[in-house]
Design a protein around this ligand. Structure first.
Ligand code: BGC
Length: 354
């Protein structure tokens, strides 16, 4: 009798242990499944041939390949281009949502049209990482699964002004070529509806004024970030103002490269040109002494932050460690580099200018 009871106890114990083992195994398996679940990321770009944005896209593809090599196929990444048409982009968003994508990374065509995108994404409970083309502040506050990744336009404009100021410290006669104590300049602007155009223009000039420069704006115009348009405008100004021009300030590198094209076609020796972006061609022009300098908004870091944020949001993971500001943006750090290879960062100066 005693033996029989012992056997029953033993059998019950073994059964319990087996059940416990199965539960542990199932839990482990479930958490592994959750981790290895493939997430689908849709990336929507405003147009195909923007040099700076293409640099970010190339970086995303490169980092994605590295990631796959290390982690296996845990992410699917697809790109769509909107031919500068917000309706086309909206249709592309509908397509991704109908295909159950887990997160969207959106480089808006029209930054004032973010509300439509947000409405669609929210209805489908799909988070959005906007990048480079910044939605207006109120739109970003509409839902807690929206963020913006971009550089700080104020910081880039300030750094651009400082590039010129530093250059003057070293080579005053090369900048104030007619020695009248005033810098005569022309200004190439990006798209009028883009947040970076207005703010970069404002802060590059304001910084120069704060640094004690007297300035005279000879002319300025919108070249929509595009090299050929930058060249066309600069050619017009060279024809009109010739050697009166002492400085060409550009909102980005591509338009600055257009200015260089114009200067070279005009057969004049002139390199008082500043840009922003730090694209490979922009940096090469700086190194070759064809420009005073540029502001590098690291495309590698841009891509890293976008992908990291997108994956974490899709997997509903915590966002700690990401420098998210109160306005729900993450700002990619930038620095200036001049043709002497000198680098300047605002955060090292305690950000007192920001
Ligand atoms: C860049 C430009 C680019 C534009 C596109 C800006 O931040 O400086 O080069 O064309 O973004 O949205």
């Amino acid at each position: 009798m005693k033996r029989k009871r012992q056997r029953i106890f033993l059998a019950a114990g073994a059964l319990l242990a087996a059940v416990a083992l199965v539960v542990v195994w199932m839990n482990k398996n479930r958490s592994q499944m959750e981790k290895s679940e493939i997430i689908k990321i849709g990336v929507l770009i405003y147009k195909e041939d923007d040099t700076f944005v293409s640099g970010i896209v190339e970086e995303m593809k490169r980092q994605f390949k590295d990631y796959e090599r290390e982690n296996g196929s845990r992410i699917r990444l697809d790109f769509s281009y909107a031919e500068e048409n917000q309706s086309i982009q909206n249709e592309q968003i509908d397509k991704y949502l109908s295909l159950d994508y887990d997160v969207l990374c959106v480089n808006l065509v029209d930054r004032t049209e973010a509300a439509i995108v947000i409405e669609k994404a929210k209805a489908a409970d799909v988070p959005v990482v906007f990048f480079n083309r910044e939605p207006v502040a109120e739109d970003l506050q509409q839902w807690d699964r929206l963020y913006y990744v971009g550089s700080d336009a104020k910081e880039s404009g300030t750094l651009e002004g400082l590039l010129v100021a530093d250059y003057y410290q070293k080579y005053p006669e090369q900048l104030d070529r007619n020695q009248d104590g005033v810098i005569q300049y022309v200004l190439l602007e990006g798209e009028s509806r883009h947040q970076d155009s207005l703010i970069r223009t404002e802060y590059s000039i304001q910084t120069l004024v704060e640094e004690g420069f007297s300035l005279e704006r000879l002319d300025g115009g919108i070249a929509n970030w595009v090299r050929s348009q930058g060249e066309a405008l600069t050619t017009q100004w060279l024809r009109e103002y010739g050697s009166e021009i002492e400085l060409i300030i550009s909102n980005n590198d591509d338009m600055a490269l257009g200015a260089i094209d114009a200067v070279e076609n005009w057969h004049v020796k002139f390199s008082n040109i500043v840009g922003i972006d730090g694209t490979p061609e922009g940096l090469a022009a700086v190194e070759a002494g064809k420009m005073i300098g540029t502001i590098v908004a690291g495309q590698e870091e841009y891509a890293r932050v976008i992908l990291d944020l997108a994956e974490r949001m899709a997997r509903r993971e915590a966002l700690d460690g990401l420098a998210i500001r109160e306005d729900k943006s993450i700002r990619v750090p930038m620095y200036s580099i001049n043709s002497d290879g000198e680098i300047r960062r605002l955060e090292e100066e305690g950000n007192e200018r920001n």
